[in-house]
Design a protein around this ligand. Structure first.
Ligand SMILES: Cc1ncc(COP(=O)(O)O)c(C=O)c1O
Length: 449
């Protein structure tokens, strides 16, 4: 094994042994043979250990919506670390947890008034699924145990999230996951939707599959449906026009809770605090993470409608209402970072800014049409998925080559999912930087042709 150890990097600021760290969702051997490290960041840019400046086309991993290392966030974290490192999450708390919950609830539409905090998107999803099951239970509907997800959905890596998720690679190694889960079809159909700008016209009828599943299982057995308003991790699949509205109507008719997984779409990615607002559909719960602290400190959470929270606030007052939570729920550093991040979003109008930049973003994205091997381009909000044809000798090879070409040859960070390139820049991006990113992507695509 020692022979595969990399000592390729000379700088004293980076480790010379890359083996012990088992990297997540990464081709470890390819990475360690040719590492892609970043050592520093500021605003729209990353810097490599040897000082190269990369423009960030991916907001890190869909999370640094306010840009990197913003002074107010850095200072808030520093102040908080000096003042209160940790407060017990169970049976005690600290003021900023309540303040942040209020601030997030104000941003959410409708009566999504309560926030349950956790530390990641995966935890947010599993929390939402558990709240859905428990909600029906406390209301005397304990037969509502089925959970419905969607093919090509990504809901993190907890057992619940993988079970409702619909990405085969994430599922196939992990046994039967949890029981009682069914899936809607993916909303993506290239023949009907290729090169659509924004939400496609075709596909709203796919929501009616929920009626079929109700017919199969009976509404009295179904607790919740979970979907991403835009399925981002699987390659940016915008919802067909009317699809989410139709899902909402079918859930209402059948007493099924609707959960929007907004771990990526929350906090401005689609030009609004939440995609629920963009699409005019109020779900029963919204999961969030990533953008809430602009990626600076891990945090996730679930926004819950008033009626759901109220259903638990019954019975003797000395009894815990929900047997669920994390040691680091509403961690003081995360709350401080979250408050500073929300201040930046508000003061700099970053959600509105994203909305205004959309047209320029779409135009630049669509300029890639016609380049070699480009099969589809799907821009929506401040994100886009670009499908490249797989190389004959392996799915994912062209995508990885593009990722490497971007990092090593064009000073660009992007994300590759198989052979799909995904872009989602920090929302502080300027119009000229939009042009710069797509110029670089065009060069990358030509290089890997
Ligand atoms: C929609 C969605 N849900 C859940 C997650 C999982 O989040 P985390 O990686 O923070 O656990 C992600 C991550 O990309 C996501 O996109």
């Amino acid at each position: 094994m020692a022979s595969s150890r990399s000592s390729a990097i000379a700088s004293t600021t980076v480790p010379n042994d890359l083996e012990p760290y088992w990297m997540p969702f990464t081709a470890n051997r390819a990475f360690k043979a040719r590492p892609r490290l970043v050592a520093r960041a500021k605003d729209m840019h990353y810097f490599t250990p040897d000082g190269r400046k990369l423009i960030d086309g991916a907001a890190g991993l869909w999370c640094t919506n306010a840009g990197h290392n913003r002074d107010p966030i850095v200072e808030a974290i520093q102040r908080q670390a000096a003042e209160l490192d940790y407060a017990p999450a169970f049976q005690f708390s600290h003021p900023k947890a309540f303040e942040l919950a209020s601030r997030i609830a104000v941003l959410a539409p409708g009566d999504l008034d309560h926030v349950f905090f956790c530390n990641s998107g995966s935890e947010a999803v599993d929390t939402a699924l558990k709240i859905a099951l428990a909600y029906h239970n406390v209301r005397g509907n304990a037969s509502r145990v089925r959970l419905i997800g969607r093919e090509r959905g990504y809901h993190g890596v907890g057992f619940g999230g993988v079970a409702v998720g619909g990405i085969v690679g994430n599922r196939k190694m992990f046994g039967t996951l949890i029981a009682g889960v069914d899936h809607l079809s993916s909303t993506y159909n290239r023949a009907e939707q290729a090169f659509t700008v924004g939400e496609p016209e075709w596909g709203a009828h796919l929501a009616d599959e929920l009626e079929r599943l109700v017919g199969l299982h009976d509404a009295s057995t179904i607790a919740a449906v979970i979907v991403e308003p835009v399925a981002c991790s699987t390659g940016v699949l915008p919802p067909p026009k009317g699809y989410l509205q139709r899902l909402r109507a079918i859930c209402d008719k059948n007493g099924i809770l609707l959960i929007f997984d907004e771990v990526i779409t929350g906090f401005g990615r689609l030009g609004y605090a939440f995609a629920a607002e963009r699409y005019g559909v109020i779900p029963d719960m919204i999961t969030f993470a990533k953008g809430v602290t602009s990626g600076s400190v891990p945090m996730g959470g679930v926004l819950v409608r008033k009626g759901i929270y109220d259903a638990f606030m019954k019975g003797p007052e000395h009894v815990i209402e929900l047997f669920h939570g994390y040691t680091y729920s509403a961690h003081p550093l995360a709350c401080a970072a979250g408050l500073a991040t929300l201040d930046i979003y508000r003061e700099e109008g970053l959600f509105e800014r994203a909305r205004k930049l959309e047209t320029a973003w779409y135009r630049a994205a669509m300029s890639l049409k016609g380049l070699p091997h480009v099969l589809d381009i799907r821009p929506v909000g401040m994100t886009v998925g670009i499908d490249l044809a797989s190389k004959p000798d392996g799915v994912g090879k062209r995508g990885l080559a593009a990722l490497e070409a971007a990092y090593f040859d064009h000073d660009l960070m992007l994300r590759a999912v198989g052979d799909t390139l995904a872009l989602s820049p920090p929302l502080i991006i300027s119009e000229s930087q939009v042009g710069e990113i797509f110029d670089k992507v065009a060069k990358v695509i030509k290089q890997v042709a």
